[in-house]
Design a protein around this ligand. Sequence first.
Ligand SMILES: [Zn+2]
Length: 447
Amino acid sequence: MELDLLIQNCDVLTVEVAPEGPQVRFRPGMDIGVQGARVVAVEPTGTLRPRPATQVISGDRRLAIPGLINTHAHVPMVLFRGLAEDVTIEAWFNDYIWPLESNLTPEDVYWGALLGIAEMIEAGITCVADHYFAMDQVAQAVVESGIRANLVWAVFGHQGPEMLDRTCEFVERWQGQADGRITAWLGPHAPYTCPPDFLRLAAERARELGVGIHIHVAETREQVQRSLEQHGRTPIQLLADTQILERPTLLAHCLYPQEEDYPLLQAADTGIAHAPKTYLKLGMGTAPLARFWELDIPVGLATDGAVSSNTLDILEQLRLMALAQKDAVQDPTAMPVAQALAIAFQGSARVVHQADALGHLAPGGLADIVLLRQDGVHVTPRHDPGANLIYSARAADVDTVIVHGRVLLQEGRLLTIDKARVQAEVARRLARLAQRVPGRRIATYPA
Ligand SMILES: [Zn+2]
């Protein structure tokens, strides 16, 4: 076997999803063989032989897991981290985010994307579904950094069909680029910022392009109430009415599905991005994950933007998801370890519509792999490596990150991004970016 990359003697933690429920699988002392962009073997240590050209990485005292997937983000928003604390959702949008975003130039978006991608790679994130604008700049940062991404150019109804067409051109420019690491979809912002006719047009364009749609939906009780008052339909019914749900979809948040929405979600080729830190911070409540699980509606983990979640850290979201679910139903048996990890691995892969290739760390899958250091006192002992990963591990434990067979982080050092340069570029933009000019904002949150 002609290996390009060999990880020797690591412990491997994955989840097997069986009919009787998910099972954590922990295999100590394994070698992982990679050929090109794919995993070709996961075998007991000593079985796989390197050839002279093979890059060999020691997995000693390292835990290998499938690369973490961030199913919904606004990566360049790291530029505004900490600028909208302790405010209502309405103020968050109208008084902070949308005025701040009117300051952004494409170059700002580029440096913000690189800053956010650096943070994600350091936290073991190998794939991100990003929803923003000036997305050519984000795509360029994806090309340079080596991360995998599903990208959409966000569009609001008030920007009109011309802007929607520009986002279609983005899809055509970037689909399959960066050796196939980039997939590009359409990103109408939400049913509360895009009227039904606009959503219908977006669905039509997505059908013509043969792509999916990434959209925010049912984030708060008030949004659902307003939708019922204005349209007589829930936000999810609106997505069905406008044929959005006939496309592959990625639904951000979906905290408040109504009873009539569940069959629609079940019948759709969809997945829900779950970002618990944002929900906790903005006091939004949480999603009915147990119900989604029971109905086999895919759920994955997300960071959302750093102005609501402050970090782009999926391990943190994993922990908060499990804790928030237990707390919501006041039941310590809710969201057990294997289920939480199944959501983080396979669930997230399903939500980005790449379940065959990602989330499992097995021969045939894409070589998106994370190695975590296991020598920290906070993860000692390892009676339950799965529980350690959820409740004890830290992003700082991430040691090595491989995407598409390429090493992006080695022994904690970023290989593809010049962090000091990015931080300097960001620093000199901050004074301008932090200004909120009266009367200037990119959209309006309905109140
Ligand atoms: Zn969002």
